[in-house]
Design a protein around this ligand. Structure first.
Ligand SMILES: [Zn+2]
Length: 105
């Protein structure tokens, strides 16, 4: 297992862990992240560029938003929002890299 850290989403701790791609053991070859909203856990595939990991993390956090706020979105819509939020931060020099090491990292 890879590196683990903690982020906060809606005042709740969420454990993030980088894992090998094959960890997901999923039929879809394009799986780069996973989330367990109830348990507060996110898994990020480690075979991605740093920027892609970040976008994947944002994607999984949006899943938590949807769960918490009872919003139903298609996977495709979540992907689009994640890209939009990622670019918003990047183009405005908002330091979202901190998401990859937690508040105290
Ligand atoms: Zn998703």
């Amino acid at each position: 297992m890879g590196q683990k850290w903690k982020i906060w989403v809606f005042g709740k701790p969420v454990q993030v862990e980088e894992v090998d791609m094959n960890y997901f053991n999923d039929e879809s070859a394009s799986k780069y992240g996973a989330v367990d909203c109830r348990e507060g856990k996110i898994w990020i595939a480690n075979n991605q560029l740093a920027e892609n990991k970040l976008e994947t993390l944002i994607h999984e956090v949006i899943h938590i938003f949807c769960d918490e706020m009872k919003i139903e979105l298609e996977e495709q819509q979540i992907q689009q929002l994640a890209l939009g939020f990622f670019l918003l931060c990047k183009e405005n020099d908002i330091n979202i890299k901190k998401l990859m090491r937690g508040k105290d990292g």
